[in-house]
Design a protein around this ligand. Structure first.
Ligand code: ROI
Length: 163
């Protein structure tokens, strides 16, 4: 079994219910065990400079999965779950979405393929990923050598942890 960290995000169609659904779906993913998950965190949408159209706030969380699925099979499984929630793939990147499931880390694998990059290239800059990850794995040393706890030492700005 390999430990994979999955980022969950939603800002459309009842985000809390979307994340609840996604965690139940991850818990029944084949050849995998849902080991742990964080609280939910609310934050304003991070927008791209190319597409600064305002979006609803996001809810985010992180799940820890022990899995026998190889990375591309795990990606296929996560995208199938996104599709089940009506995720559209014909819209611009960085658009609002009912459900986003990203592989952050997969064991200590480093992968740079057109379809999948691990570690997730933007994870280091995103408080809405780092803080829920730190809740699950406070002693984690990130692949770039940084201590996760150091990155999360001060209260996150503009990120609220929900009960
Ligand atoms: N902004 C926040 N706050 N949370 C997200 O999960 C998120 N996901 C995205 C973009 C559009 C980058 N903005 C986000 O894909």
């Amino acid at each position: 079994m390999t430990t994979a960290y999955i980022a969950l995000g939603s800002n459309l169609d009842k985000p809390r219910a979307q994340l609840d659904w996604a965690l139940r779906a991850l818990a029944s993913l084949k050849n995998s065990q849902l080991y742990q998950y964080s609280s939910y965190y609310r934050s304003a949408a991070l927008l791209s400079k190319d597409n600064p159209t305002p979006q609803p706030d996001y809810l985010n969380a992180v799940a820890v999965l022990k899995t026998q699925l190889v990375p591309l099979d795990l990606l296929d499984a996560l995208q199938a779950l996104e599709n089940q929630r009506g995720r559209r793939r014909d819209v611009k990147a960085w658009s609002a979405r009912p459900l986003d499931l990203d592989i952050l880390l997969y064991g200590d694998l480093q992968l740079d393929s057109p379809r999948l990059k691990i570690p997730h290239p933007q994870m280091y800059q995103r408080d809405f990923v780092l803080y829920p990850l730190c809740e699950c794995e406070p002693k984690l040393i990130l692949p770039n050598g940084q201590r996760l706890a150091d990155l999360c030492a001060t209260p996150a700005k503009q990120l609220s942890q929900l009960s």
